[in-house]
Design a protein around this ligand. Structure first.
Ligand SMILES: [Zn+2]
Length: 71
C-alpha cells in the first residue's frame, strides 16, 4: 500500500508482508492503529486497521481460525 507521510508529505510504500504483519500485530495486541515509520523523516504515521484491511483483503486473523477449529 502507498502511504503519504503526514509529517514530510513524501510518499512511501508498505509491502504486503509488512501490511500482514501489521494486521497480525493489531489482532494479537488489540491495537487501535499501526505505526508505519517514514523512511524519509523516520517519524511514525498512524495507519488504521481499516486502511490495512483494504490493502490486504485476503488477510484473516489466525486466532479466529483456531477457535472455529477447536469446536
Ligand atoms: Zn516523512
Amino acid at each position: 500500500m502507498q502511504i503519504r507521510c503526514y509529517h514530510c508529505h513524501k510518499p512511501f510504500a508498505l509491502g504486503n508482508e509488512t501490511v500482514h504483519a501489521a494486521l497480525d500485530m493489531i489482532a494479537m495486541d488489540n491495537l487501535s492503529h499501526y505505526n508505519a515509520y517514514c523512511p524519509h523523516c523516520r517519524r511514525a504515521n498512524r495507519i488504521s486497521p481499516d486502511e490495512l484491511h483494504r490493502a490486504a483483503p485476503t488477510w484473516k486473523a489466525e486466532s479466529e481460525e483456531e477457535e472455529s477449529a477447536k469446536s
